[in-house]
Write a protein that binds this ligand. Structure first.
Ligand SMILES: Cc1cc2nc3c(=O)[nH]c(=O)nc-3n(C[C@H](O)[C@H](O)[C@H](O)COP(=O)(O)OP(=O)(O)OC[C@H]3O[C@@H](n4cnc5c(N)ncnc54)[C@H](O)[C@@H]3O)c2cc1C
Length: 431
């Protein structure tokens, strides 16, 4: 068993959050004269870019998540704590955990990410769950699969139509990926499994308030994604904000649409770290950090990833994506190393954008490198290779590659299990 005694005199770095940013910082501190405590309220690191594949029954939960403790097992200077952080006392340099205990730090890295936001309509969440955690993904998977099961037994045509209507709100990468995959599930994977319904009749409806899908991509790639989604049978409504989500369906523009399954893929709200730190925040709640990612007036506290608001070299905000969080994790690890050596602080953090990727369906993707754009099957293969490369561990890479090949060759999605939750937890309510 590893003992911490030999590290007890070292500079203590506390990292809150073992997501992309926090874990990268910890990796980059390997060999530095520090001891580290990493705190996360979940016991696993999650590869969020593939969450939609769990939600749509393509991958199993264990293929995209890894126990944090196991990932860090070979680093005796690191202690992993399964705990939620409720607050920070910057004056006392202490983190306050959910059981009331406290954790002293010399340097603090806050990397607590973000969650979906309902633009002031939190009451919509039970009807339109968002996708951020494994629990969210299995909840959505359960709702999708239960809707087909209930439609199989439903005799009222209107109720059956509502059960076979799937609404996705928000046409960013996650919304597009969900819409395309649900359409493929209904049209290619499920038809043979049911006797009373034709799953190919299912409506997949994508609603977006902005004028185009994939608004962060170049207009020609947006247009391509739009056409590709329509080719898969997805109905797209642009420039229409949703004004209501209920157990019966959604209202957007002047339209009321009865739908049993609604998925929220719009809006992001940072973790409440700005409140813990009493620090300035932007509209999404992200801490407005200095150019070296520290909290104003608190050089020992860094905030990174989706919780931080910082500008890229061109003045635009650094996007809330995994490579940005990882670059920031690397930067703060270097900053801490330099400070411990008594060297001058690093130049300002500079974000380098490597490109934007989104899949639309099997063999369809778009990639925007800025200077170079790619669409279609080649983009899909590149997207797949990039994601397999970034997964952790050989076993997961092989397992995910096999699952995808199976989807590719046979249209079969192996994780079609209805698990978790209560038996009757699904909408609309049974009569
Ligand atoms: C569905 C989805 C799809 C995405 N797809 C892509 C994609 O294709 N490409 C891409 O680059 N990015 C994608 N992203 C964004 C990317 O996942 C985030 O930008 C990235 O995870 C941010 O890293 P982070 O370290 O800031 O936060 P996270 O990775 O979210 O990690 C935050 C960690 O903090 C922990 N935590 C939070 N609050 C507390 C607390 N109070 N106490 C203790 N622990 C806490 C959480 O449990 C979590 O482990 C996607 C995100 C989602 C939700």
């Amino acid at each position: 068993m590893a003992t911490l005694d030999e590290f007890s005199d070292r500079h203590h770095v506390v990292v809150i959050g073992a997501g992309f940013g926090g874990l990268e910082a910890v990796h980059r501190l390997a060999g530095a004269p520090v001891r580290i405590t990493i705190v996360d309220r979940r016991n696993h690191h999650l590869f969020q870019p593939l969450l939609y594949q769990v939600a749509t029954a393509s991958l199993a939960t264990s293929e995209i998540a890894w126990p944090i403790r196991h990932l860090l097992r070979k680093r005796p200077e690191i202690t992993t704590l399964l705990a939620g952080v409720n607050d920070i006392d910057p004056e006392a340099r202490r983190v306050i955990l959910d059981d009331g205990s406290t954790l002293a730090y010399d340097s603090l890295i806050v990397a607590t990410g973000a969650r979906h936001a309902y633009f002031g309509h939190d009451d919509w969440e039970p009807f339109a769950p968002g996708l951020k955690t494994l629990e969210d993904a299995t909840t959505i998977r359960r709702r999708i699969l239960l809707a087909f099961e209930k439609a199989e037994r439903e005799t009222d045509p209107l109720r059956q139509a509502a059960l076979l209507t799937f609404v996705i709100i928000g046409a960013g990468p996650t919304g597009v990926e969900l819409a395309g995959t649900i359409a493929e599930l209904a049209r290619s994977t499920l038809p043979e499994d049911f006797r009373n319904i034709d799953t190919r009749r299912a409506r997949v409806v994508l609603i977006e308030a902005a004028p185009r899908v994939l608004g962060g991509f170049a207009p020609d790639l947006s247009a391509y994604a739009h056409r590709a989604l329509e080719g898969l049978g997805v109905e797209i409504f642009l420039g229409q904000a949703v004004s209501q989500c209920t157990a019966e369906g959604v209202v957007y523009g002047d339209t009321t649409l009865a739908a049993a399954t609604i998925i929220w893929a719009a809006g992001v709200q940072a973790s409440p770290a700005a409140g813990w730190l009493d620090a300035p925040a932007d509209r999404a709640g992200r801490v407005k950090v200095e150019a070296d990612l520290t909290v104003p007036g608190r050089p020992e506290i860094f905030v990174i990833g989706d919780t931080a608001s910082v500008a890229a070299p061109d003045g635009s905000p650094v996007p809330g994506i995994a490579p940005a969080a990882k670059q920031q994790g690397k930067y703060v690890a270097t900053a801490i190393r330099l400070r411990l050596r008594g060297e001058r602080v690093l130049p300002a953090f500079r974000y380098k954008h490597a490109g934007s990727l989104a899949t639309i369906g099997k063999r369809l993707a778009v990639i925007d490198f800025g200077f170079f754009k790619l669409r279609g099957a080649l983009a899909w293969w590149l997207w797949g290779l990039a994601h397999i490369y970034f997964l952790i561990g050989v076993r997961n890479r092989v397992s995910v590659a096999l699952s995808w090949l199976w989807v590719h060759a046979r249209d079969q999605r192996s994780s079609r299990l209805i698990t978790q939750g209560r038996e009757n937890e699904s909408r609309p309510k049974q009569r």
